[in-house]
Design a protein around this ligand. Structure first.
Ligand code: FPP
Ligand code: MG
Length: 327
């Protein structure tokens, strides 16, 4: 099984420089704000977005990566962190990456504010860099993220199970920022418009697969492995691909039984377990996995025109990692 550390090997020194850059921008603060930022920075997770920025920059530059690339990595990572802090408020989730969420520790109003702080400082750092092409390329993702989150909440409140809506939501809430990370890396290294576009499509496909993987793990992994409450999607009314696959293929009696159980899943663990076992028994997880793999196949085909190199291999391994990850 591929580990995220293996994928990071070709850009290890750049990632260390990047971590120092993040700390210099957001670390060492005082008072409550400093404590909240320290909590967020010390549980940053896999760093998937900055890893993708640094790899796609390295793929398009003969010499090492520079300050422009670190700026792109910082912006994508901090937008992501801010969005997760707000997401845990929206989802009333008290656990993130195996630790208490910001809202659980300091209440929702502080979590909203520290998310706003991270987002606005990120914009400020971007604007003061003067790298306007890169900054506007990345910032476009933020409003799309919000559109995805609003659309998701709207559908969750109705337990809507449409496949089209699901794909649009995950494209907006997850794939866009991963697509922008891949294309911003290439743009930061001076790649042609055609290459920047190819990387956007690569990142979009990885991002779609990544979110489908997340939605599968919500049904299959325990919270001690993912660091998030399990069956959270059912609890929150989110109808995701493994369940959509089963709702579409089940006979009428089972479909009606599942649809009747969904509104009760918020408070009833037995209903959640009923839906989980139906999803697994009826092959929803396997079929969602096939869809995830088809996105990863698309992503890998976009790497085919590049000469083999440790950086290209790392991006191929990233696709394997997304397919196999357990948390
Ligand atoms: C996690 O989804 C959440 C997202 C991918 C996006 C959240 C976006 C916003 C809250 C919009 C606001 C954006 C900014 C930049 C402040 P999930 O709940 O399915 O995943 P989880 O299981 O990890 O919580
Ligand atoms: Mg959530």
């Amino acid at each position: 099984m591929v580990s995220i550390d293996t994928i990071r090997t070709p850009i290890k020194p750049q990632l260390e420089e990047f971590d120092a850059f993040v700390r210099s921008c957001f670390g060492g603060g005082k008072g409550l704000l400093g404590q909240m930022l320290e909590h967020v920075l010390s549980s940053r997770g896999k760093g998937l977005r900055p890893t993708i920025v640094l790899l796609t920059a390295a793929l398009h530059s003969a010499g090492g990566v520079g300050r422009r690339t670190h700026l792109a990595a910082l912006m994508t990572e901090m937008i992501h962190l801010a969005s997760l802090i707000h997401d845990d408020v929206i989802d009333s989730s008290d656990m993130r990456r195996g630790r208490a969420s910001v809202n659980a520790l300091w209440q929702s109003h502080n979590a909203v504010l520290v998310g706003d702080y991270i987002l606005s400082r990120t914009m400020e750092i971007g604007m003061s860099s003067g790298q306007y092409d890169l900054v506007s390329h990345i910032i476009r993702a933020v409003s799309i993220l919000c559109e995805g989150e609003i659309m998701q909440g709207d559908h969750a409140s109705r337990r809507d199970a449409s496949r089209e809506a699901y794909f649009e939501i995950i494209y907006k809430k997850t794939a866009t920022l991963i697509g922008v990370s891949a294309s911003a890396g290439a743009l930061s290294a001076g790649a042609s418009a055609e290459k920047v576009d190819a990387m956007r499509r690569f990142g979009d496909a990885v991002g779609m697969a990544f979110q489908i993987g997340d939605d599968i793990l919500d049904y299959t992994a325990s919270s001690s492995v993912t660091g998030k409450p399990s069956l959270g999607d059912l609890r929150e009314g989110k109808v995701t691909l493994p369940l959509i696959e089963v709702i579409e293929s089940a006979d009428e009696a089972l479909r009606n039984e599942i649809l009747a159980a969904l509104p009760l899943c918020a408070d009833d663990e037995n209903k959640r377990e009923f839906v989980r076992s139906a999803v697994i028994r009826e092959g929803g997880v396997e079929r969602a996995r096939e869809v995830m793999k088809s996105y990863l196949g698309r992503a890998m085909s976009l790497l085919a025109p590049y000469e083999p190199s440790p950086v290209r291999d790392a991006l191929v391994q990233l696709c394997a990692y997304v397919a196999e990850r357990e948390r």
